[in-house]
Design a protein around this ligand. Structure first.
Ligand code: NOJ
Length: 508
């Protein structure tokens, strides 16, 4: 795939600007029969109602209420999209788009106010029952994420993902959900983006609980997250799958790391190993366990630093077997690509010990990769193609469920940059599929603007715009919503399609 990035972007920008385009880019491409499309959200990012009907405090409530300085606009998810009350409108939007499924998450403390299954909150159960039933009534499959970052504060006080007992606490919570909703929910995502949970929240202060205990906490977390995920998988397999016949998988966030120069392939290899294969290798490889390159490097660095043992904890042989194969699909969240390099000056550049010091690479982006105002997401469709191709070759062509892909802007309904991003990324995905990658579903992040974690409401990912200044939280479709609707409903990708936004979005 030899794209000339800058030229391509300029060309596409001109084409979109002129409202027409020519050449092979306009050739219509088909998605295979049975391919599924959907959009996604998560509980803390959209629900609001943070303290009503028995819900108790989670780590995002605590962070936004006590450490506002960590959030770019000092905002919170206290009300956000108010979907706890407006879920019917959300389902209406999903019907307008013509999705096959909706990926949303369940708030742990809304269901289990004590964090444990000794008490089940009826109002919380009713909310998710209503949402699930409303979706099914309209033929939309619920794809439910069990854990999307809103850990009960009480469990955090006990150490959260750094405490090995969390394996049981999480498993009890997962079992509760399988019991309550598994008669109707057939797709379960155990944990969303483990690397982000562990690295950004335990090894840094970019996500709650913002512990920032570098080079130690993120690795304790990694081991426990993998064991918790596998425990939930095996519980489903033994206790629920025979009757419920569903699918259980994990969502890994994988960006693509490409060598800056030809002789930098080891640096790029290491970046991929550390950043996401830390989680895919234990689950999807033939041998299981953390990637060998990572184990070796962290053990060596730990010894040099005077630690009596590696800061990366070990798995027992039984645990390795228990985790290996514990995901029916490869759930993939993908947003961006980085070039990577390494030279001597990297040693000593990052704080030590730390994940970045262990990995020891520099990251680079090209200025022309950025489209639109926001620097948050980069436009590198060939990186998506390369990532999918690598997964196919490295992991024996697992079934891939794209659980997130999307683009952020600073607002505006004519979101040509987002349209360009979606259509080119879908096309890159089709390139990989035509060469054999078994991708069966694609999820656009996000259905609507929402609370973007420590970016607050400054970064907007929605295909529906939300007016946060009024209590109604009015949702209005952007141009990208019209374009996705066309793709979802026809199962065709026409990168030159220009919607007529004067025609209101309606359920067809
Ligand atoms: C990753 C997360 O799963 C989601 O919560 C977040 O909003 C998006 N990607 C965009 O950053």
């Amino acid at each position: 795939m030899a794209y000339h990035h800058y030229t391509l972007i300029l060309l596409l920008a001109v084409q979109l600007e002129n409202g027409h385009a020519t050449g092979s880019r306009c050739k219509i491409r088909k998605f295979p029969h049975g391919f599924m499309f959907g959009t996604a959200t998560s509980s803390y990012q959209i629900e609001g109602a943070w303290n009503v009907d028995g819900k108790t405090e989670n780590i995002w409530d605590r962070l936004t209420h006590t450490r506002q300085y960590l959030v770019r606009d000092q905002s919170s998810g206290d009300t956000t999209d108010n979907s706890y009350y407006l879920y019917k409108r959300d389902v209406e939007m999903l019907r307008e788009l013509g999705v096959d499924f909706y990926r949303f998450s369940i708030s742990w403390t809304r269901i289990l106010p004590t964090s444990f299954p000794d008490k089940i909150n009826k109002a919380g159960v009713a909310y998710y029952n209503n949402l699930i039933n409303e979706l099914l009534k309209h033929n939309i499959k619920p794809v439910v994420t069990i854990f999307h970052w809103d850990l009960p504060q009480k469990l955090q006080d006990l150490g959260g993902w750094a405490n090995p007992y969390i394996v049981d606490w999480y498993a009890d919570y997962a079992r509760t959900l399988f019991k309550l909703f598994g008669d109707r929910v057939k797709y379960w995502v155990t944990i969303n983006e483990p690397h982000q949970v562990c690295y950004f929240a335990y090894g840094d202060k970019i996500l709650a609980p913002a512990l920032d205990i570098k080079g130690v906490a993120e690795y304790l977390c990694a081991k426990n997250v993998l064991l918790a995920h596998a425990t939930a998988y095996h519980i489903y397999d033994k206790e629920f799958r025979p009757k419920q016949k569903g699918i259980v998988f994990i969502s890994l966030s994988a960006q693509w790391y490409e060598p800056l120069y030809k002789n930098q392939s080891k640096a790029a290899f290491d970046a991929n190993q550390f950043e996401w294969e830390q989680y895919s290798h234990p689950i999807f490889s033939k041998t299981g366990d953390f990637p060998p390159a990572m184990k070796k490097r962290i053990a060596e660095r730990s010894a040099e630093q005077g630690f009596p043992r590696s800061r990366l904890p070990e798995f027992t042989p039984q645990e390795i077997q228990f985790i290996r194969g514990s995901s029916d699909f490869f759930g993939l969240n993908h947003y961006l690509t980085n070039y990577v390099s390494r030279n001597k000056s990297v040693y000593g550049y990052y704080e030590s010990p730390s994940f970045n010091d262990d990995l020891g690479v520099f990251f680079h982006v090209l200025p022309e990769w950025t489209i639109g105002q926001s620097n948050f997401t980069k436009f590198v469709p060939w990186g998506f193609y390369k990532l999918l191709t690598y997964i196919r070759k490295e992991y024996g062509n697992p079934t891939v469920f794209i659980t997130e892909n999307g683009f952020s802007t600073y607002g505006g309904r004519i979101d040509n940059d987002r349209v360009l991003y979606y259509t080119e990324y879908l096309s890159a995905m089709l390139d990989a599929m035509e060469e054999g990658s078994d991708v069966q579903a694609y999820t656009a992040w996000s259905l609507m603007d929402n609370f973007e974690w420590t970016y607050g409401y400054t970064e907007k990912f929605g295909v529906y715009e939300v007016d946060f200044s009024t209590p109604e939280r009015k949702r209005t479709p952007r141009k990208s919503a019209y374009v996705l609707r066309e793709i979802f409903q026809t199962h065709l990708l026409n990168r030159c399609y220009i919607p007529d936004m004067k025609v209101p979005m309606a359920i067809t």
